[in-house]
Design a protein around this ligand. Structure first.
Ligand SMILES: [Zn+2]
Length: 127
């Protein structure tokens, strides 16, 4: 059973779905109404824009993850990687990719600090 509002007395009247398109009389005022087809349920959540905006936060996270092992073999490479990751992370903070962006910012901050320290440490050995 479904419920329909009578256009004349505005009271609710119940009807069976199999009389859609046929006329039925209101039990309250006897007004004859054609039963409309039920409205389709609209999908308000669209996944396309969300997927597009999470990409930046995820890229920041991936750059952060990538910068950590680079500390071992070439810390100087980690500096531009982590700066890029930090910028992307901060931009992505206001998007749907917020959680990945926060993780990316944390990892890139650690990576940048580690890369800077290791680069300075390496340079001082040659002097
Ligand atoms: Zn009525």
């Amino acid at each position: 059973m479904a419920v329909l509002q009578c256009p004349k007395c505005l009271k609710e009247m119940s009807y069976s779905e199999d009389i859609v398109g046929q006329s039925t009389a209101c039990p309250h005022c006897q007004n004859v109404t054609v039963v409309p087809a039920p409205l389709p349920v609209l999908e308000y959540e669209s996944h396309l824009p969300a997927a597009k905006t999470t990409a930046m936060g995820e890229t920041s996270l991936i750059l952060g993850l990538f910068s950590l092992p680079s500390l071992c073999w070439c810390p100087a490479v980690g500096i531009p990687i982590t700066i890029t990751g930090l910028v992307l992370g901060f931009v992505a903070l206001h998007t749907a990719g917020r959680q990945a962006a926060i993780a990316g910012i944390v990892l890139n901050t650690i990576g940048l600090a580690g890369s800077s320290f290791a680069t300075v440490e390496m340079a001082s050995r040659f002097n």
